[in-house]
Design a protein. Structure first.
Length: 91
């Protein structure tokens, strides 16, 4: 059962990665913006909240909180989360 669930999760994430296009992200949401403005504020948000927002495991959410760079398809949702939690971006 657990292996089937893990396999389905892996397929869902692989499909999301392959169907994502850089053209879909806002122009302002660059790697530099993520690193300098968004990532420091994500450190103030719980790993569980990060995981819930972008629909990943709590472990992965914790890694992002610690500074791991997630796939760019997650950046916009993470920016929304930072605003929702009050860790303002100042934009």
């Amino acid at each position: 059962m657990a292996l089937a669930k893990e396999g389905e999760t892996q397929r869902r994430h692989a499909l999301a990665r392959s169907s994502w296009s850089p053209d879909r992200k806002p122009v302002w949401l660059t790697e530099e913006f993520y690193a300098t403005r968004l990532q420091p504020r994500l450190a103030q948000v719980s790993g569980c909240a990060i995981a819930k927002k972008i629909k990943v495991s709590n472990w992965y959410g914790g890694k992002i909180r610690q500074g791991y760079l997630p796939h760019p398809r997650h950046w916009e949702k993470l920016a929304e989360l930072v605003k929702e939690t009050g860790a303002h971006l100042g934009t």
